[in-house]
Design a protein around this ligand. Structure first.
Ligand code: ZN
Ligand code: ZN
Length: 408
């Protein structure tokens, strides 16, 4: 009910503001496009931020450890998840985008650390859905869900959702329930118990629904109303539009290489599709609503990182260890263009060795180059190098906030 009221008032506001927008002329309007880049160092507990149009002006933020960075709360906040330091820091991005119906309004100020920080044992996966930012505490046996809108105002309103056992898992905030990954009752000596599936739970961790099997569950993501999860058996999708949740296991097709699984997924924002990993050298394009449900992309070398293009929405970009960036069409799962953009980085060695990471900034693909201490700007039109920005230390994880709007 609250939800409905909120939608209704938003709709009214939207109508009002479009009337206002039409009433005043463009005389005092200024069109602003701003992309603010946040880069986490591999070794130093430090985040460096800068605007793409003025990269020499820097802001820095001290953390407790290496941080994986996420843009949350509609570009308003950057979350810095420090798994090894048992801490999550938040930075108010200094950029707010508000929908004014026909256009967005943009407001900018300096980014600023939010004073309150979240402590917990081994925070890891972060997922934002339904107005909550959910962070799993892998060694705590629970997840913390933060109200995303309040977080954008610098206020931390927390809910704690218990899990059956401490494990490398996830809690997904849905409208009427919480979905939690479920771990086995037995674990190997010195290891976290393996993940066996997902189910609806109450905040105290008690079951509120049947277990849906998903062995080794990993890589949760949303596209539209669908949640997708990588499993040993296939990709499990959950249609969350009905309160009676529909779980469907899509088995890996016969012609896919055997013994591999999807372990990471990115859902598209503008249409129904997911791009997932499939083993070290494969990618899979998934649409739970169309046939073929899964299309395989075979890469020439192992994958380092990948991202989706939020503007040219059928494009995605995958970096392979030979230093080539591949443009993959999400409709036909074909590699349409490839270009050498960076020195090679081997996928052998430790999983957390410094390797490049990708992020999108409008029509640019940004790639960190830890060995060279650079962030490369690649034109998404033809995969050509625009420029490289020098970053002190070992630039590693990266996220970008911002967009385009009017100030008036
Ligand atoms: Zn406006
Ligand atoms: Zn993980």
């Amino acid at each position: 009910m609250i939800k409905h009221l909120r939608n209704a008032s938003l709709l009214t506001l939207g109508l009002m503001s479009s009337v206002i927008a039409n009433a005043h002329d463009d005389k005092n309007d200024e069109s602003v496009t701003l992309y603010r880049v946040f880069v986490g160092d591999h070794k130093a507990p430090l985040i460096t931020a800068f605007d793409l149009k003025e990269p020499s002006q820097r802001w820095t933020f001290e953390t407790a450890g290496q941080a994986k960075l996420y843009s949350v709360a509609d570009h308003g906040v950057v979350a810095a998840v420090q798994s090894d330091a048992d801490q999550v820091d938040f930075i108010a991005s200094g950029v707010t985008l508000h929908d004014h119906g026909g256009h967005a309004d943009i407001k900018t100020s300096d980014p600023k650390a939010i004073t309150e920080r979240l402590k917990g044992k081994r925070p890891f996966h972060l997922l934002e859905h339904n107005g909550y930012v959910s962070i799993n505490m892998d060694k705590g046996g629970y997840a913390v869900a933060l109200d995303a809108h309040k977080l954008s105002k610098g206020v931390m309103e927390k809910q704690r959702i218990e899990q059956n056992h401490a494990h490398h898992g996830v809690v997904v905030p849905l409208k009427d329930t919480w979905l939690s990954s479920v771990a086995a009752d037995h674990a190997e000596e010195g290891k976290a118990p393996p993940r066996i599936g997902i189910r609806s739970v109450n905040v105290d961790g008690s079951a509120a629904g049947e277990l849906a099997t998903c062995t080794n569950l990993h890589g949760e993501s949303f596209s539209g109303n669908y949640l997708a999860l990588g499993c040993k058996e296939g990709v499990l999708t959950v249609n969350t539009s009905q309160s009676d949740l529909q779980y469907i296991m899509h088995s890996y097709p016969e012609h896919f290489p055997k013994g591999e699984m999807t372990g990471h997924l990115i859902g598209a924002n503008s249409f129904q599709t997911f791009l997932g990993s499939y083993g070290a050298k494969g990618m899979v394009v998934i649409d739970p609503t169309e046939k073929p449900t899964m299309q395989l992309v075979e890469l020439p070398f192992r994958r380092v990182d990948y991202t989706l293009d939020p503007i040219k929405i059928y494009n995605s970009y995958v970096l392979t260890e030979d230093g080539q960036l591949h443009q993959i069409n999400l409709l036909n799962a074909e590699i349409e263009n490839s270009a050498r953009v960076i020195q090679p980085y081997s996928m052998d060695g430790h999983w957390n060795d410094p390797r490049p990471r990708l992020a999108m900034a409008g029509n640019e693909i940004l790639i960190t180059d830890p060995k060279a201490g650079l962030v490369h700007r690649i034109n998404s039109e033809d995969l050509s190098l625009i420029d490289s920005i020098k970053i002190e230390g070992i630039p590693y994880n990266i996220t970008v906030i911002g967009g385009s709007g009017l100030t008036h």
